[in-house]
Design a protein around this ligand. Sequence first.
Ligand code: DC
Length: 224
Amino acid sequence: MKITIAIDGPAASGKSTTAAQVARALGYSHLNSGLLYRAITWAAVERDWPLDEEGFDRRLGNLDLSLEPAGFGFRVLVDGTDPGVSLVSPATSAMVSEISARPAVRERVLHLLEREGGRGGVVCDGRDIGTVVFPTAELKVFLVASPEERARRRLLEQGIDPTTEAVREEAARLSARDTFDSGRAVAPLRRAADAIELDTTEMGASEVVQRIVSLALARESRVS
Ligand code: DC
C-alpha cells in the first residue's frame, strides 16, 4: 500500500531534490511545500501587498492559488499562471521566511497540502510536514547537513564558484533563515519525535535517496 512520506529539514539540506527522486523511484507524487510559500511571497512582493494583517490577509483571500499535476510532482499556479524561476529569485527568497510565518499564510498552504496529499502516495518536503501537515505520515525523515556544506551545494546549484568567502557568506544567510524558521510561533522548523534524522554532510545524493527508498519499501510492506 502507498504511504505518506514527510521530509523536513533546514534550508538547502537537499529536501526537494531528494523528495523528487524518492517520488520518482516509488511512483509517488512530490509535493514541494516551500514552493507554495514562495508563490504567495512572490505575489505579495510583485503586487506590493500591504503588510498590515488585515490588508495582507484580504489580498491573500483573493489570491487564486492552485496545484496542477506535472510529471511526478506539481506546478504551482498563481491566478492560473506558473511564476517559474521567479519563485526562487533572490527577491522572493529574501522575503519568504517572514511571509511564511504569518498564520493566514500557513493555514492556506496547510489546506492545499492536505487536499492534495491526504490520500497517501506522496512525498512532501518542508519544515513542518512531519509535525503539523502530515503528523500521521508512515515515514518521517529529517535531513541535516553542516551550514558550510549546505552553502557549498546551494552555490554550485546556482553555478557560483564556492570560494571560502562565498561559502562563509551563504552559510551565514542560511543560518539566519534557519534561526528565523525555527523560532517562529506557528509551525516552526522542528524534528518530529518519530522522524529519522539523516546527516547528509558526508553522503552523496543517490545514497540519501537509496536510504529513504529502502525505509519506504519496508514501511509499505508493513502497512499493506
Ligand atoms: O524549502 P524552501 O527553501 O523553498 O522554503 C522557503 C521558505 O518557506 C522557508 O524559508 C520557510 C518556508 N517554509 C515553511 O515555513 N514551511 C514549509 N513546510 C516549507 C517552507
